[in-house]
Ligand binder design. Structure first.
Ligand code: UTP
Length: 275
Protein backbone atom coordinates (compact mmCIF):
# COMPACT_ATOMS: atom_id res chain seq x y z
CA UNK A 1 0.00 0.00 0.00
CA UNK A 2 1.27 3.48 -0.86
CA UNK A 3 -0.06 5.79 1.82
CA UNK A 4 2.10 8.90 1.45
CA UNK A 5 2.07 11.61 -1.16
CA UNK A 6 4.61 14.40 -1.42
CA UNK A 7 3.70 17.84 -2.76
CA UNK A 8 6.69 20.02 -3.65
CA UNK A 9 5.21 23.52 -3.45
CA UNK A 10 8.26 25.67 -2.80
CA UNK A 11 8.50 27.19 -6.31
CA UNK A 12 8.01 30.93 -6.84
CA UNK A 13 5.40 30.68 -9.59
CA UNK A 14 6.99 33.55 -11.51
CA UNK A 15 4.80 32.94 -14.56
CA UNK A 16 1.83 34.14 -12.53
CA UNK A 17 3.30 37.36 -11.19
CA UNK A 18 1.97 39.64 -9.87
CA UNK A 19 -0.77 37.24 -8.64
CA UNK A 20 1.85 35.07 -6.93
CA UNK A 21 3.77 37.91 -5.29
CA UNK A 22 2.23 37.33 -1.87
CA UNK A 23 0.29 34.08 -2.33
CA UNK A 24 1.28 30.60 -3.47
CA UNK A 25 0.42 29.70 -7.06
CA UNK A 26 -1.02 26.44 -5.70
CA UNK A 27 -3.80 28.49 -4.07
CA UNK A 28 -4.99 29.93 -7.39
CA UNK A 29 -8.48 28.53 -7.95
CA UNK A 30 -9.97 26.70 -10.88
CA UNK A 31 -13.59 27.82 -10.32
CA UNK A 32 -13.85 27.81 -6.51
CA UNK A 33 -11.27 25.16 -5.61
CA UNK A 34 -7.54 25.89 -5.25
CA UNK A 35 -5.16 23.85 -7.39
CA UNK A 36 -3.59 22.25 -4.33
CA UNK A 37 -6.95 20.92 -3.16
CA UNK A 38 -7.53 19.13 -6.48
CA UNK A 39 -4.13 17.49 -5.99
CA UNK A 40 -4.84 16.36 -2.43
CA UNK A 41 -8.26 15.03 -3.48
CA UNK A 42 -6.52 12.99 -6.19
CA UNK A 43 -3.98 11.60 -3.70
CA UNK A 44 -6.66 10.62 -1.21
CA UNK A 45 -8.78 8.92 -3.87
CA UNK A 46 -5.65 6.92 -4.80
CA UNK A 47 -5.35 5.69 -1.20
CA UNK A 48 -2.69 8.16 -0.03
CA UNK A 49 -4.06 9.79 3.09
CA UNK A 50 -0.73 11.02 4.48
CA UNK A 51 0.01 14.28 2.76
CA UNK A 52 3.49 15.80 2.98
CA UNK A 53 4.29 19.30 1.73
CA UNK A 54 7.70 20.73 0.93
CA UNK A 55 6.96 24.42 1.27
CA UNK A 56 8.86 27.69 1.19
CA UNK A 57 8.42 31.30 2.19
CA UNK A 58 5.03 32.82 1.30
CA UNK A 59 3.29 29.43 1.45
CA UNK A 60 1.47 29.70 4.77
CA UNK A 61 -1.89 29.96 3.04
CA UNK A 62 -1.54 26.27 2.11
CA UNK A 63 -1.25 25.24 5.76
CA UNK A 64 -4.19 27.45 6.67
CA UNK A 65 -6.27 25.96 3.87
CA UNK A 66 -5.90 22.45 5.32
CA UNK A 67 -6.97 23.56 8.79
CA UNK A 68 -10.20 24.64 10.47
CA UNK A 69 -11.04 28.37 10.23
CA UNK A 70 -13.08 28.70 13.40
CA UNK A 71 -14.52 32.19 12.95
CA UNK A 72 -15.62 31.55 9.39
CA UNK A 73 -17.03 28.11 10.19
CA UNK A 74 -18.92 29.54 13.12
CA UNK A 75 -20.50 32.22 10.95
CA UNK A 76 -21.70 29.99 8.16
CA UNK A 77 -22.68 26.95 10.24
CA UNK A 78 -26.30 26.12 9.55
CA UNK A 79 -26.54 28.45 6.52
CA UNK A 80 -26.85 27.48 2.87
CA UNK A 81 -23.18 28.33 2.37
CA UNK A 82 -22.03 25.57 4.67
CA UNK A 83 -21.94 22.94 1.91
CA UNK A 84 -19.28 24.97 0.07
CA UNK A 85 -16.87 23.86 2.79
CA UNK A 86 -17.91 20.22 2.55
CA UNK A 87 -15.06 19.05 0.30
CA UNK A 88 -12.27 20.69 2.30
CA UNK A 89 -13.75 19.53 5.61
CA UNK A 90 -13.75 16.00 4.30
CA UNK A 91 -10.06 16.22 3.36
CA UNK A 92 -9.17 17.67 6.76
CA UNK A 93 -11.05 14.83 8.43
CA UNK A 94 -9.53 12.02 6.39
CA UNK A 95 -5.92 13.09 5.78
CA UNK A 96 -2.89 13.88 7.92
CA UNK A 97 -0.75 16.83 6.85
CA UNK A 98 2.92 17.38 7.49
CA UNK A 99 5.20 20.18 6.35
CA UNK A 100 8.84 20.95 5.92
CA UNK A 101 10.58 23.86 4.25
CA UNK A 102 13.03 23.88 1.39
CA UNK A 103 15.50 26.56 2.46
CA UNK A 104 16.97 27.27 -0.98
CA UNK A 105 15.26 26.91 -4.34
CA UNK A 106 17.66 24.28 -5.67
CA UNK A 107 15.28 22.46 -7.96
CA UNK A 108 12.63 19.74 -7.88
CA UNK A 109 15.17 17.02 -7.02
CA UNK A 110 16.35 18.99 -4.02
CA UNK A 111 12.72 19.63 -2.96
CA UNK A 112 12.03 15.90 -3.02
CA UNK A 113 15.17 15.15 -1.03
CA UNK A 114 14.03 17.75 1.51
CA UNK A 115 10.86 15.70 1.94
CA UNK A 116 12.75 12.53 2.86
CA UNK A 117 12.15 12.80 6.58
CA UNK A 118 8.40 13.12 6.00
CA UNK A 119 8.35 10.04 3.76
CA UNK A 120 10.83 7.57 5.25
CA UNK A 121 11.74 4.28 3.65
CA UNK A 122 8.69 3.48 1.54
CA UNK A 123 7.40 4.08 -1.99
CA UNK A 124 5.45 7.32 -2.28
CA UNK A 125 3.46 9.43 -4.71
CA UNK A 126 4.53 12.87 -5.92
CA UNK A 127 2.03 15.38 -7.27
CA UNK A 128 2.95 18.72 -8.83
CA UNK A 129 -0.30 20.52 -8.18
CA UNK A 130 0.09 22.94 -11.07
CA UNK A 131 -0.42 19.98 -13.41
CA UNK A 132 -4.13 19.48 -12.93
CA UNK A 133 -5.20 16.02 -14.09
CA UNK A 134 -8.61 14.63 -14.89
CA UNK A 135 -8.75 10.84 -15.26
CA UNK A 136 -11.71 8.68 -16.17
CA UNK A 137 -12.95 6.51 -14.52
CA UNK A 138 -10.04 6.52 -12.04
CA UNK A 139 -7.84 9.51 -11.43
CA UNK A 140 -4.28 9.50 -12.77
CA UNK A 141 -2.55 8.74 -9.45
CA UNK A 142 -4.92 5.80 -8.82
CA UNK A 143 -4.04 4.46 -12.29
CA UNK A 144 -0.36 4.79 -11.43
CA UNK A 145 -0.75 2.85 -8.19
CA UNK A 146 -1.96 -0.08 -10.29
CA UNK A 147 1.10 0.26 -12.53
CA UNK A 148 3.36 0.29 -9.45
CA UNK A 149 1.66 -2.83 -8.10
CA UNK A 150 2.42 -4.61 -11.36
CA UNK A 151 6.04 -3.49 -11.93
CA UNK A 152 7.22 -2.63 -8.37
CA UNK A 153 9.52 0.20 -9.47
CA UNK A 154 9.29 3.95 -10.01
CA UNK A 155 6.51 5.10 -12.33
CA UNK A 156 6.26 8.41 -14.21
CA UNK A 157 3.19 9.65 -16.08
CA UNK A 158 3.96 10.60 -19.67
CA UNK A 159 2.13 12.21 -22.57
CA UNK A 160 3.01 13.31 -26.08
CA UNK A 161 3.73 17.01 -26.49
CA UNK A 162 4.43 19.03 -29.66
CA UNK A 163 8.12 18.79 -30.61
CA UNK A 164 8.43 22.56 -30.22
CA UNK A 165 7.58 22.22 -26.53
CA UNK A 166 9.96 19.44 -25.48
CA UNK A 167 12.32 22.00 -23.93
CA UNK A 168 9.78 22.57 -21.13
CA UNK A 169 9.78 18.95 -19.90
CA UNK A 170 11.74 15.88 -18.95
CA UNK A 171 11.67 13.77 -22.13
CA UNK A 172 11.91 9.96 -22.16
CA UNK A 173 12.58 7.10 -24.53
CA UNK A 174 12.75 3.35 -24.06
CA UNK A 175 11.21 0.00 -24.93
CA UNK A 176 7.48 -0.05 -25.55
CA UNK A 177 6.09 -2.91 -23.40
CA UNK A 178 2.52 -2.46 -24.59
CA UNK A 179 0.20 0.43 -25.57
CA UNK A 180 0.45 2.05 -22.14
CA UNK A 181 3.80 1.07 -20.62
CA UNK A 182 7.35 1.96 -21.57
CA UNK A 183 10.48 0.60 -19.92
CA UNK A 184 12.42 3.84 -19.78
CA UNK A 185 16.02 3.82 -20.95
CA UNK A 186 16.76 7.51 -21.39
CA UNK A 187 15.52 10.65 -19.67
CA UNK A 188 16.68 14.12 -20.60
CA UNK A 189 15.68 17.33 -18.81
CA UNK A 190 14.39 20.09 -21.08
CA UNK A 191 16.27 19.11 -24.26
CA UNK A 192 16.38 21.28 -27.38
CA UNK A 193 14.02 19.76 -30.00
CA UNK A 194 16.96 18.44 -32.08
CA UNK A 195 18.40 16.63 -29.02
CA UNK A 196 15.12 15.18 -27.72
CA UNK A 197 14.99 11.36 -27.73
CA UNK A 198 11.20 11.53 -28.41
CA UNK A 199 8.25 13.83 -27.78
CA UNK A 200 7.05 11.86 -24.74
CA UNK A 201 7.10 14.23 -21.78
CA UNK A 202 7.00 13.47 -18.07
CA UNK A 203 4.15 15.33 -16.38
CA UNK A 204 3.72 16.13 -12.69
CA UNK A 205 2.74 12.68 -11.40
CA UNK A 206 5.27 10.18 -10.06
CA UNK A 207 5.49 7.14 -7.86
CA UNK A 208 9.03 6.87 -6.53
CA UNK A 209 10.81 4.09 -4.71
CA UNK A 210 12.73 5.32 -1.65
CA UNK A 211 16.20 4.57 -3.06
CA UNK A 212 15.61 7.81 -5.00
CA UNK A 213 16.72 9.73 -1.87
CA UNK A 214 20.17 8.14 -1.84
CA UNK A 215 20.50 8.76 -5.57
CA UNK A 216 19.42 12.40 -5.18
CA UNK A 217 22.01 12.92 -2.45
CA UNK A 218 24.76 12.10 -4.92
CA UNK A 219 23.19 13.77 -7.98
CA UNK A 220 25.12 16.93 -8.89
CA UNK A 221 23.24 20.06 -10.00
CA UNK A 222 22.24 19.72 -13.67
CA UNK A 223 20.24 21.92 -16.03
CA UNK A 224 19.97 25.51 -14.74
CA UNK A 225 22.23 24.65 -11.79
CA UNK A 226 19.34 22.81 -10.09
CA UNK A 227 19.26 19.25 -8.71
CA UNK A 228 17.06 17.61 -11.33
CA UNK A 229 14.70 14.77 -10.45
CA UNK A 230 15.07 13.69 -14.09
CA UNK A 231 18.81 13.04 -13.57
CA UNK A 232 18.14 10.89 -10.50
CA UNK A 233 15.43 8.99 -12.36
CA UNK A 234 17.90 8.38 -15.19
CA UNK A 235 20.07 6.49 -12.67
CA UNK A 236 17.08 4.27 -11.79
CA UNK A 237 16.17 3.92 -15.48
CA UNK A 238 19.67 2.65 -16.28
CA UNK A 239 18.86 -0.28 -13.95
CA UNK A 240 15.54 -0.86 -15.71
CA UNK A 241 13.67 0.51 -12.70
CA UNK A 242 11.43 3.22 -14.20
CA UNK A 243 8.17 2.69 -16.09
CA UNK A 244 6.65 5.43 -18.22
CA UNK A 245 2.88 5.26 -18.12
CA UNK A 246 0.60 6.79 -20.76
CA UNK A 247 -2.26 7.72 -18.49
CA UNK A 248 -5.96 7.74 -19.39
CA UNK A 249 -7.25 11.25 -19.05
CA UNK A 250 -6.29 14.83 -19.53
CA UNK A 251 -3.69 17.15 -18.05
CA UNK A 252 -3.84 20.92 -17.82
CA UNK A 253 -0.58 22.83 -17.32
CA UNK A 254 -1.96 25.32 -14.81
CA UNK A 255 1.54 26.70 -14.20
CA UNK A 256 1.03 28.54 -17.51
CA UNK A 257 -1.65 31.13 -18.21
CA UNK A 258 -2.92 29.26 -21.30
CA UNK A 259 -3.29 25.96 -19.43
CA UNK A 260 -4.93 27.69 -16.50
CA UNK A 261 -7.57 29.29 -18.72
CA UNK A 262 -8.12 25.98 -20.56
CA UNK A 263 -8.68 24.19 -17.23
CA UNK A 264 -11.05 26.90 -16.06
CA UNK A 265 -13.12 26.59 -19.25
CA UNK A 266 -13.13 22.78 -19.03
CA UNK A 267 -14.28 22.71 -15.41
CA UNK A 268 -16.85 25.44 -16.03
CA UNK A 269 -18.36 23.55 -18.95
CA UNK A 270 -18.36 20.33 -16.91
CA UNK A 271 -20.09 22.03 -14.01
CA UNK A 272 -22.71 23.48 -16.34
CA UNK A 273 -23.41 19.94 -17.62
CA UNK A 274 -23.75 18.47 -14.11
CA UNK A 275 -27.44 18.31 -13.16
P1 UTP B 1 8.25 24.93 -11.84
O1 UTP B 1 9.29 24.64 -12.83
O2 UTP B 1 6.83 24.96 -12.30
O3 UTP B 1 8.63 26.29 -11.12
O4 UTP B 1 8.42 23.87 -10.67
P2 UTP B 1 7.76 27.29 -10.29
O5 UTP B 1 8.68 28.15 -9.51
O6 UTP B 1 6.72 26.58 -9.47
O7 UTP B 1 6.97 28.17 -11.38
P3 UTP B 1 7.53 29.27 -12.43
O8 UTP B 1 8.20 28.51 -13.52
O9 UTP B 1 8.45 30.21 -11.69
O10 UTP B 1 6.28 29.99 -12.88
C1 UTP B 1 7.84 22.57 -10.76
C2 UTP B 1 7.38 22.13 -9.39
O11 UTP B 1 8.49 21.93 -8.52
C3 UTP B 1 8.38 22.71 -7.35
C4 UTP B 1 7.40 23.83 -7.71
O12 UTP B 1 6.73 24.29 -6.55
C5 UTP B 1 6.47 23.15 -8.70
O13 UTP B 1 5.47 22.38 -8.04
N1 UTP B 1 9.74 23.18 -6.98
C6 UTP B 1 10.60 23.59 -7.95
C7 UTP B 1 10.13 23.18 -5.66
O14 UTP B 1 9.34 22.80 -4.75
N2 UTP B 1 11.40 23.58 -5.35
C8 UTP B 1 12.29 23.99 -6.30
O15 UTP B 1 13.43 24.35 -5.93
C9 UTP B 1 11.88 24.00 -7.63
Amino acid sequence: MITKCLFPVAGYGTRFLPATKAQPKEMLPILTTPLIQYGVEEALAAGMQNIAFVTGRNKRAIEDHFDITYELEDQINGTSKENQLHSIRELIGRCTFSYTRQAHMRGLGDAILTGEMLIGNQPFGVILADDLCVGEPDNVMAQMVRVYEKYRCSVVAVEEVPLGEVDKYGIISGAQLDDEHIQIERMVEKPAPQDAPSNLAVIGRYILTPDIFEILRSTPPGKNGEVQLTDALQTQAAEGEVIGYRFQGRRFDCGSVDGFVEATNFFYARRAETP
